[in-house]
Ligand binder design. Sequence first.
Ligand code: HEM
Length: 464
Amino acid sequence: LLALAAWRRLRGPPKGGGRTPPRALPGPPALPLLGGAPHLLHPAAPRHLGALARRYGPALRLRLGGGDVVVLSSVETIREAFGRRWGACAGRPPSYLAGLVSRGGQDLALGDVSPGWRRQRRATRDALVRAQRCLDAILERQAQALCQDFRRYRGAPVDVAEDFAFRTCSTICSLIFGHLMPPEAEVRDFTRCIMELLELWGRASVRVLDLLPPLRVLPNPTLRELLRLVERRDAFVQAQLQRHEAAGCPPGGVLGELWPDPGVRGGPLGPDRLHMALVDLFIGGTETTAAALGWAIAFLLHRPEVAAGVRAQLAEEPGGRRGLLGATVSETLRLRPPAPLALPHRACTHTSIAGVPVPRNSLLIPNLFAAHHDPDKWHRPEDFLPERFLEEGPGRALVPFGCGARACLGEGLARAELLVFLGHILRNFRLEPPAPGVLPSLEVTAGTVLRCPPFRVRLIALEP
Ligand code: HEM
């Protein structure tokens, strides 16, 4: 082997002008002891990693604890890794934090590929699809209730973030539990629990425990608080499972589809996998969709003529989900993808991206935010221009739900929710800033879910 290597070095690059592909992806130098962790913990990580991509390329490498982290920042590299090479890139990295919050790795979203995970993903996906047969009725009910909540504010300036989270959480509750819905007060309390949990999960003081293991020995009040919220989350899910058991689990809903049936094979999932699948539907589907609704309202306050255009189109075609309404939803998901860095993946086998080798067990991070701001793909990438989606073309460059074997399970549900909720709001209310010229900040911050900085809006009820 040594002789072969020496001969190759003497021979030089291959004939025919071909370039030898580089042996590793480019990237910024690693800092002593910390490696690439400061880049990943940056307070505006999606933007910061996007700036690094402009310097080092759309597939760049950071070093972390002796391993590689590959950040993918263009739609091509993201589709190559998670679409074309889905089998090689579908793993999830082992995570100290995930182990603490997911009953020892029984989680759908954070769990690594295994036969148990495959069964869990397939069964949950199928149950969700079947439960969505009555989605239109559920969404109509929830959207009307949301407008009812808004009317009670009588046009006063309000922060609607919690209203959105409560309604998205109620929608999932309806889908999961069917006719056996928990009382409203319990759902409100659970919504707050999920919002706080996700906020703490996104904090650098918690995430650093996965990146720099020696810090785990130090006291960590944020982690303690997080684990307290995990207990509350689990108590809610367990209470609902017990109610269903006591009622003989009425058919319908995701839970009815997944319920253990001793007559058949004992049910599709064991108790921990069932519990964590339900948790993931709540966690995956509450804050993400609520954050997108918040951003849509913020952008529409900046461009009231778009809101007026959507209202005019809806007046002509009341149930219409395409046209400017659909374009507004797409543009919101482009500019502020609620999961800007998706979830980390793990290379299950040795693979390559953009022709450069990627070693097995590398961590892969899709930077959806950077891909959606790529100036080669998007004209005026920083501007809110829903009109661009009325023209032919840019749809394939949009990947807010990821792609491939780990793509979001709730894409159809989330899109339908965004269209119906936003459609109802714009048909029933005019959006006004709290005072003339006071517009929401559109700043991008860190966190697992990209939320709009808090802002207030006046919802002026329109005559029917
Ligand atoms: C995973 C985005 C709503 C359930 C994901 C991922 C993204 C994402 C980017 C990670 C993909 C990857 O790992 O490459 C979004 C956005 C939403 C949304 C932008 C709303 C606007 C929902 C809803 C549900 C849901 C409504 C369920 C009711 C899940 C689950 C996973 C996931 C279970 C884990 C999939 C897996 O690891 O195999 N989502 N999501 N999401 N999402 Fe969503």
